[in-house]
Ligand binder design. Sequence first.
Ligand code: ZN
Length: 162
Amino acid sequence: MKGGLILAAQALCFCASLQGQSTALCIEDRVHLDARTRAAFDREIDTLLPESASAGCGVEALLVVIAFDAPARCPSSLGLAYSSQARVMPKVEVFLNQVLRALAGIRAPVPVGRALARVAAHEAAHYFLQQHGHDRDGLLRERFPEWQLGADSSAPFLLVRK
Ligand SMILES: [Zn+2]
């Protein structure tokens, strides 16, 4: 009985936080992606976060920074979301050099753009859902096999909601 009540409370919180959350994305490209890489990035963001509008850079938007390198304190992170106390903050980052390392020899614009978008969407999902932890499957998995990161199929990166 007790377990059932806890689940119900979590479900309510989940709905409330989604409804209160803006899903506009503001992309700050500090690495100056070429047009084809950026187009692949935008397409994959649309696939993984279909309700997000990537045009908005207003006060309500989630800032997505594409930067060159992860901070020294977490040198192997592909991306980061930040939290302040209980709240995931409206700024996430994705790191080009760490993503390129994970892609091993792959440098073509489409897989690179896709891989950056998959990492960005993962971090964005932490914010949109206000979820600090990870899921067992889908977009909010903690780790992905490196070969999946730039591969054609978006399926492993879709958000799984029970
Ligand atoms: Zn994560």
